[in-house]
Each structure stands twice: as C-alpha cells, then as structure tokens.
Write a protein that binds this ligand. Structure first.
Ligand SMILES: Cc1cc2nc3c(=O)[nH]c(=O)nc-3n(C[C@H](O)[C@H](O)[C@H](O)COP(=O)(O)O)c2cc1C
Length: 458
C-alpha cells in the first residue's frame, strides 16, 4: 500500500499521533512537528497554504481533504510537497489512522513499523475467517488493543463492539489479524510453524523495528520510584565466609576455552569442597566494586544510579543477578539453601523446606539427565525492578543475555578449577519462589547451573 492509495479511501483518516502536533516552527520558517517527547522536528519550508491542512491533520481527516485544503489556496506542486511531508511522518511513525464509520471514530490504527499504510480488504471477511493465532487482544488503560507481531500496526478500540463492524473487520483482515480456515491449517509447512505465540511476541517486542514503543534506557520512573540499590539487602541468617580463589590462575584462557565441556556425572565419594565453591564464585561472580553513575529520562530529568563490576558483563552494569546455591553434597558445607552475598563473598543460610530442596535438586537431575542428584545447583534469580526501572522493551531480553554471560563465566571458572559443570535450561520458577519466600515478580528464577566434583578426580 502506498500513501496515494489512501486518497481514494475516505473511511480511513489520518492524524498526528497523540502528543505531537504539526505547526509552524518556532522560528517561523518551517513546517514542524512539536512534541514534549523530542526536540522540534523541522520538515519543509513553511507556507501559509499549509495552515488549514495542518489543523485538519492535527484533528484527523481523510487524506484527500488534506490535499484539497492545500489546493484551495495553493497549487499542485505545493499539494505534492505537503503529501511528501506526510509520507515522511508515516516513515517515522508520527501519524495514526482513525477508522471512521458513519462519522463515528470506531477504531484507531497505530502503525508499528516504518512506512505502514493501512488498507481495507475488498470485502467483509466471511465467517470462515478467524483471529490469527499470533494475534491477541488486551486492555491498555481505558482502551482495548489488538496486536499481532505479524502486523505492521496495532488497533485501538474503546468499545469491543467495534469488532463487529464490517469496516473494522475489513481493516483487520487487510492488516493480517484474520486468517481463513482453522488456525492450525495455515501454518502447516509455513516458516511460522516453528514459532510459538509467546516466543514471537517476546522476540518482536524486545528488538527494534517491529514496534514503536519506547525502547532502551528510558528510566520512566525517575522522580516517582527510587531505583533498587545495587547491593541486594542482606538476608538475615548465619554467615559462612567463603575462601577466595587460590591464585590468579596460570592456565591460558584459550586452553580453558578449548577444554570447556558440559559434564553431568559427579563423584559423590569425593564431593566438591567449600574451597572449590568459594574459588568458583570468586572467579565467576564476586562483586568487585560499585560504580557511581547517573541516568537520564527522555525529558532530561536525571537521577543517580549505581552499577557494579563483576567478572561477567551485564547490560548497563546493572548486575541484577543473584546466586542461590542449593547444596546436596559439599565438603565443609551443610546441605540446604544459601544466598551468595557477592559483596561479602560469603554464603548466608536461608531456612527452607527439606522436601522442596530435594525437589529442586531432583528436577535439576532430570533436566541434565544425570545419574544422581547434582552436588550443588546454583539457582540464579534476577532482581527485576532494578532492570525495569531503567530499560523499556529490552529489559527482560537483557536479563537472559546477562544470565548467559554468567553461565559462561561459571563454565570457564569450573573448567579451570577442575569441576564438572552444566547449565540448565528449564527449572521450576514457582518452586524457587516457594523455597525462598521471594515474590517471583520482584526477584525470580531465570536460570540454574549445576556443579560438582568430576568423576575420577579426587
Ligand atoms: C542456556 C543453556 C541451557 C542448557 N540447558 C541444559 C539442560 O537443561 N540440560 C542439559 O543436560 N544441558 C543443558 N545445557 C548444556 C548443553 O546441552 C551443552 O552446552 C551442549 O550440549 C554443548 O555441549 P558442551 O557444553 O559440552 O560444549 C544448556 C546449555 C545452555 C547454554
């Protein structure tokens, strides 16, 4: 669809997105877009013949009426120049498209991808059409949103009855929200057959290019909510000091990378020791220092935000990950649940139900198809608010990336020390919440890592 196709479609209007207006620039020489979210955006040279079209663009009108407004006092060249500016606004996602039925605005199409121009299916989809399996409907404040990662736009309705309107159905069909036949049928043999609904939603929303939502270090809560401190509040309970790593390590990094493997068989006659556990956590995960810094939101408001320095990288130096060793067998350490205080390089004992601890160990054994229970599972939890206070859209993706970085750090340290180690892909986050008593939306399980003594190594 191109913008000029909209000239013949009077039921699809066009208007500036909320919080933006088209007007004469402050200096008076340009047509400009003004918003409190970004600096004035200058378009073409200002001429008085744009005045009426602009006010109609701010309210919303069919494209043909905007062109005719320019033509009333201007010429073809000026009308073409004005449409070219609107095309520019479409490209950067600053316009939306109200659907108007019998003079009533029944829905708004909000583009999510560059240069998206809506259209209508030639006729009302018949009853064999169903909601596409990747489409979903959710509330957003007072409105309903229909969204699909496969569509270049979202639909916003105030009233769900809008979905029964032929005009809305035709627009939804054209935007890829409806599909013919049973949902399963059209994906047979299709590349999308590999994708699950939640994976695709998450993937497309955590990368740019698929949506126009704020993304990156937006810090929307500055001034409203204090960020979580870099140091997790200490757990009460008995402290077990951990030994530091024995030496600086003599083996070349290249040799450790070459030797690294996942190992799932443990020597329970000579279990891992507290000295090895301390060395591993020191090498892979100890907090070395805090980093004073500050962040800024889109309006320029700033706030102090402290980061940390650890052996593995972390987006924004946020270091939201915490390690909870669940110990089955460890020389010098009682079995049970602990928190690794990476600042004090110590473990803090957390009271936990024995049956739940046994269950967590058993699930890890099953996940890695090990012959027996792992000697230690390092349950990894993320302090979500620390990340979501700063990042929009990419926060959760970054938490998983950080977990991957920690995994590799643990793998390399374990290889150097001579421990068996294996990452775990699936674990029971609700079991972790129950064992620790933590709110899973504040500090929740995002990964697990199994360690123990290698069979054959004393
Ligand atoms: C994110 C991630 C999740 C993993 N999950 C599991 C798992 O649940 N069970 C398992 O036995 N191995 C798991 N592994 C280990 C892989 O199976 C292993 O890395 C792969 O087979 C390659 O073998 P290597 O590590 O010896 O090179 C995981 C590895 C990663 C990085």
């Amino acid at each position: 669809m191109s913008l000029s196709d909209l000239l013949s479609e009077r039921s699809i209007h066009i208007r500036m997105s909320s919080a933006c207006t088209a007007q004469r620039s402050d200096c008076g020489r340009f047509l400009a877009i003004v918003s409190d979210k970004f600096p004035e955006l200058r378009l073409t040279k200002w001429t008085q013949v744009f005045e009426l079209a602009n006010s109609r663009l701010n309210e919303g009108a069919p494209l043909v009426e905007l062109r005719d407004c320019v033509l009333t006092s201007g010429d073809d060249r000026q009308a073409a120049a004005y449409l070219a500016q609107i095309e520019r606004l479409c490209r950067v996602g600053l316009v939306e498209f109200p659907l108007v039925d019998d003079e009533e605005e029944v829905a708004v199409i909000a583009p999510q991808q560059e240069s998206y121009i809506p259209s209508l299916a030639p006729r009302m989809p018949d009853t064999a059409f169903v909601l596409h399996r990747f489409a979903c409907l959710r509330r957003d404040g007072e409105a309903w949103l229909a969204e699909s990662p496969l569509s270049g736009a979202r639909f916003r309705f105030v009233d769900l009855d809008a979905l029964d309107r032929p005009l809305v159905r035709r627009a939804l069909a054209a935007a890829g929200f409806l599909q013919a036949g049973r949902p399963e049928e059209d994906v047979q043999g299709h590349t999308l057959a590999h994708w699950e609904f939640h994976d695709l939603i998450y993937h497309t929303h955590s990368r740019r290019g698929w949506h126009h939502d704020p993304s990156g270090p937006q810090c929307p809560l500055i001034g409203l909510v204090e960020p979580e401190p870099v140091r997790r509040p200490e757990w009460p309970g008995a402290i077990v000091s951990l030994p530091r790593a024995a030496d600086a390590g003599g083996e070349a990094c290249s040799a450790i990378l070459e030797r690294r493997r996942s190992e799932r068989d443990f020597d329970d006659n000579n279990p891992i020791s507290i000295i090895e556990l301390g060395g591993l956590l020191d090498r892979a995960a100890r907090s070395r220092s805090s980093l004073a810094g500050s962040v800024q939101d889109s309006s320029g408001k700033t706030a102090p935000f402290e980061g940390a320095q650890r052996p593995y990288p972390s987006s924004g130096a946020i270091h939201e990950l915490e390690i909870y060793p669940v110990v089955h067998l460890c020389d010098g350490l009682d079995s049970g649940l602990y928190h690794y205080d990476s600042w004090r390089h110590a473990l803090v004992r957390i009271p936990a139900d024995d049956a739940d601890v046994a269950r967590l160990l058993r699930y890890a054994k099953i996940a890695i198809s090990a012959p027996g229970n792992p000697q230690i599972v390092l349950a990894i939890a993320a302090r979500f608010p620390r990340v979501f206070w700063k990042y929009k859209s990419i926060g959760y993706g970054n938490i998983l990336r950080n977990t991957g970085a920690l995994y590799q750090s643990l793998y390399l340290a374990a290889t150097e020390i001579g421990l068996a180690a294996c990452a775990v892909g699936s674990a029971d986050a609700m079991l972790f919440a129950r064992i620790t008593g933590l709110d899973p939306f504040i500090e929740g399980s995002v990964g697990d890592f199994v360690i123990g003594s290698r069979r054959g190594i004393g």
